[in-house]
Design a protein around this ligand. Structure first.
Ligand SMILES: *[C@@H]1O[C@H](CO)[C@@H](O)[C@H](O)[C@H]1NC(C)=O
Ligand SMILES: *[C@@H]1O[C@H](CO)[C@@H](O)[C@H](O)[C@H]1NC(C)=O
Length: 374
């Protein structure tokens, strides 16, 4: 042996900045990451597997190898798609590992060269929950190259490949997420159109009574009234929270559609006055009504209490802003869904004739209410 055996046995670890032979394909070039390294040789054509610009992360890695080198590699994304396959998927060693980015991140990555400075020899990846992928040649005696996994959120992978995987490096979100905000919300539907169609709005009968004063001579005061509780909810779903494993609240801003009480007893769609909203709210609404009617002997009365309930589900476009603990932010566009349930105040009416069945909203079909106080 003429050369230092150690040098010969090692794969080459290269830094982005110091390495000119590695031409990086577009989206792997610059982004919210740092200290990126790769293992292997600079031969082969460059590849880049990332969708970070659309807020999509890597959630699966598949590796093929033989006793000498890593032969092929493929990546899977959080949006359900996959990268192309690089190299030739053959050899006697093969494994695929997938993880759920909503609850799991990468804890450690180690890579080795082929021992001759020619290609990638072996890959070891472990998630924080303990899942492992370990594919490649016997690397005993070789140097191990550890990837800085930073936040553990894998944004991409890159390297060079031909018939084998010449080199491989991983790109990680450089710092933990401080908060996620959703801005510039624009709904597909307008309040005007939804109101015109009374979309999802229904009048609900809370209570009904048919009462007669059976006393032969005494007047009777009949009181129709109750209090009951319903739930009002508003919830926004964005896939970004799952993708980036974010379980805390997100702030929302923009032209936020809202289903609220336009007057006391009817609901209608409008835009929220709030500058920002929470991603999820739930309130109890107490529906209270009471009417006292004075009935003469033998007089009969029909009473009914109603409230308007509204149920909406609609989509919007927005910008998702990822704020990192180190002060940087990045933004991508995303579509989301909002679901809301709300209630108007209750109203009650007593009259001398029975009610028509409720069909649709009561608004615009005002019924004659008769006052019974003599
Ligand atoms: C019932 O009420 C009416 C109106 O207030 C009153 O004129 C009448 O005397 C009352 N009848 C009885 C039996 O109290
Ligand atoms: C329901 O409507 C009321 C009145 O407009 C509004 O203040 C409230 O925020 C709404 N509740 C939910 C959960 O959307």
């Amino acid at each position: 042996m003429i050369f230092s055996p150690k040098k010969l046995l090692l794969g080459a670890a290269v830094l982005f900045s110091g390495f000119s032979g590695l031409a990086l394909a577009d989206d792997c070039e610059q982004g919210p990451w740092q200290d990126v390294t790769s293992t292997g040789a600079s031969t082969g054509g460059p590849y880049c597997a990332t969708k970070w610009k659309s807020g999509t992360v890597i959630t699966g890695v598949e590796v093929w190898a033989n006793d000498k080198t890593v032969r092929a590699i493929q990546f899977y994304f959080s949006d359900g798609t996959n990268s192309q396959q690089w190299g030739k998927p053959d050899g006697n060693k093969h494994a695929r590992m997938d993880w759920d980015s909503a609850v799991d991140q990468i804890g450690q990555i180690k890579t080795w060269g082929n021992g001759k400075g020619q290609s990638l020899g072996r890959v070891y990846i472990r998630t924080k929950s303990g899942k492992e992928l370990d594919v490649g040649k016997d690397t005993s005696g070789q140097d191990t190259f550890e990837t800085n996994v930073a936040s553990g959120v894998m944004l991409g992978a890159f390297g060079t490949a031909g018939d084998v995987i010449d080199s491989l490096g991983f790109i990680f979100l450089k710092s933990k997420i401080e908060k996620i905000t959703v801005s510039d919300i624009v709904f597909d539907e307008t309040p005007e159109a939804l109101n015109a169609q009374q979309e999802g709005l229904d009048t609900v009968i809370l209570d009904y009574a048919d009462h007669t004063n059976d006393h032969p001579e005494a007047n009777e005061t009949f009181t129709f009234g109750k209090s009951e509780t319903r739930t009002a909810t508003k919830k926004y779903s964005t896939t970004a929270t799952h993708t980036f494993g974010w379980s805390n609240a997100i702030e929302l801003s923009g032209k936020i559609l809202d289903l609220g009480a336009s007057s006391t007893t009817t609901l209608s769609y409008g835009y929220s006055n709030a500058q920002t909203e929470e991603s999820s709210t739930e309130n109890s609404v107490t529906l209270t009504y009471t009417v006292a009617t004075m009935l003469k002997p033998g007089q009969r009365v029909f009473c009914r209490a109603t409230a308007m309930g509204g149920k909406y589900k609609g989509d919007y476009s927005s910008n998702i802003n990822i704020w990192l603990e180190d002060g940087d932010t990045f933004t991508f566009t995303e579509r989301g869904t909002m679901e809301q349930v709300n209630w108007s105040k209750a109203s009650s009416v007593c009259q001398d004739k029975d009610f028509d069945p409720v069909t649709g909203p009561t608004e615009g079909k005002k019924r004659r209410a008769i006052k019974f106080l003599a």
